[in-house]
Write a protein that binds this ligand. Structure first.
Ligand code: NAP
Length: 447
């Protein structure tokens, strides 16, 4: 392995990379089938990913004709790895076993371990025989929409495909490894002004926020729209805020600390609500919601921006959905992609139908949307909200931090990259975007 990684790290030519032998195994972060019941009986928050996630050598899978091997310079932690690592809401091995039944190539995924990770930046080191647009040596970012392109349902909006999957969550051989396996239609150019770790944190979260707030498949923001963004300094929220600003909208960001509020203001979000300071109690007990608290949030939003939100960017789920439906403007849209605090949702339907509101479900992004979202990064219009960097050996601790909401923005993981700060080729664009803007989320540097 060292020979291949050294060749990539030293910027070897395409020819040298193609001739450097591919090792049989790679270092990777994985969960094990024989441990899928270790947390039985524990509350979700007590299920510690550091017990279930392991770093070790695993076999490199054979390459299908439409796939490439990427040496992963950096990857990132997404909330989906929290779900995988605590085996909630279902064990990940069910996903892998279903994929294994679909085809000969699918069968590779049905293993007794699952290599996780749905983001990557790195260098292509081999291409399958059917790959046309990418070459060994290309520097790439990876998005996680994993498709069967022989399925007719995948050919309008591919997120509507009947067997659409998220790479590294519902498939094996994900990005938290030195070498990953990726379909060619997951590849995008790596932004040239970014380091490997900066380039690794946008694929999943930026594409998701883009579909929700820019694409016609979501709830596209138009000039002047007021948009309530929950978790506005978190993974998807920090991209959402930037897309609202770029579309001429007015984001109202909700966060849970003064420090996060300060980060958000630095990002350009003028209107911020600190929910810890406000102490909203939307649920007076685990079964009862308090409409007066929804009203209090609504008044706070009006006091800041003069009106109700046209769009609510929703993902906390059970904790906030009642409030989100209530505060949305007459005719407004609640666009949701998740349910971090619980997926059995309750809201007062009278507020939805009498005020002609819409709840729109959204999930990741199709290739066109992911590519367009990547372009916003490539052109420096959106910055990756990188807040911290961990080595692969310690990635489970980063997953624990994300599980307990102890992070801001995105956490990157160094895989093959030997240290931070490498990988920038367009220094002029970097200077134009601005070092300060690229480091808004690096709180450790501010303290
Ligand atoms: P994240 O970085 O952990 O951010 C989530 C934010 O939500 C936190 O920063 C927190 O902000 C806020 N939050 C958490 N619990 C809350 C509660 N009870 N009430 C109000 N706010 C709460 O995670 P992420 O990457 O942004 O992902 C968020 C969710 O979306 C996860 O469940 C993830 O799995 C899901 N997701 C889905 C897709 C998709 O394609 N469907 C894609 C990406 C992510 P404050 O504490 O500062 O308020």
């Amino acid at each position: 392995m060292t020979e291949l990684l050294d060749a990539v790290r030293s910027g070897a030519s395409r020819e040298t990379l193609a001739e450097t032998p591919l090792p049989p195994t790679t270092r990777a972060l994985f969960v094990r089938r024989d441990e899928q019941d270790i947390f039985a009986g524990l509350a979700s928050s007590d299920k510690d990913p550091r017990r279930s996630l392991h770093v070790g050598e695993v076999a490199i899978a054979e390459l299908a004709p439409d796939e490439v091997y990427v040496v992963v310079m950096a990857s990132s932690i997404n909330f989906n790895t929290v779900w995988t690592s605590i085996f909630e809401p279902v064990s990940t091995f069910g996903f892998l076993d279903r994929l294994a039944k679909e085809s000969v190539w699918g069968a590779r995924h049905g293993l007794d371990y699952h290599v996780v990770g749905s983001d990557a930046s790195g260098v292509i080191v081999r291409v399958g025989s059917a790959v046309r647009n990418w070459k060994v040596g290309d520097e790439v970012a990876v998005h996680c929409n994993y498709l069967d392109d022989q399925d007719p349902s995948a050919h309008d909006d591919s997120m509507l495909a009947s067997n659409q999957r998220i790479w590294g969550f519902e498939t094996n051989f994900g990005g938290l490894a030195d070498v990953c396996v990726v379909k060619a239609n997951q590849l995008m150019p790596k932004p040239t002004h970014l380091t490997w770790e900066e380039a690794a944190v946008s694929g999943l979260c930026n594409s998701t926020a883009y579909r929700m707030l820019v694409s016609r498949n979501g709830a596209p923001v138009t000039q002047g729209d007021r948009v309530l963004v929950w978790g506005a300094s978190g993974g998807i929220g920090s991209f959402a805020v930037q897309h609202v600003l770029n579309s001429g909208g007015v984001p109202v960001g909700v966060v849970s600390s003064a420090a996060k509020a300060a980060t958000l203001r630095e990002l350009g979000c003028e209107f911020v609500i600190d929910r810890a300071e406000k102490q909203y109690r939307f649920w007076s007990d685990p079964h009862t919601q308090d409409e007066s608290e929804w009203r209090r949030l609504g008044r706070d939003i009006r006091a800041l921006v003069g009106d109700d939100p046209d769009i609510v960017f929703e993902h906390p789920g059970r904790a906030t959905m009642g409030a989100s439906v209530f505060v949305a403007k007459r005719g407004g849209v609640v666009v949701t992609c998740a349910a971090t605090s619980g997926y059995l949702i309750e809201y007062d339907n009278r507020h939805l139908w009498m005020k002609l509101k819409t709840i729109r479900g959204s999930h990741f992004a199709n290739y066109r949307e992911a590519w367009a979202a990547n372009q916003t990064i490539v052109e420096g219009k959106v910055v990756p909200p990188l807040s911290g960097v961990y080595p692969l050996e310690d990635a489970a601790s980063a997953v624990r931090d994300v599980q307990h909401n102890r992070h801001e923005g995105k956490i990157a993981v160094l895989c093959a990259a030997e240290r931070e700060g490498l990988g920038v080729s367009d220094h002029e664009l970097r200077a134009r975007v601005g070092e300060e803007r690229l480091r808004v989320f690096r709180r450790s540097e501010k303290n």
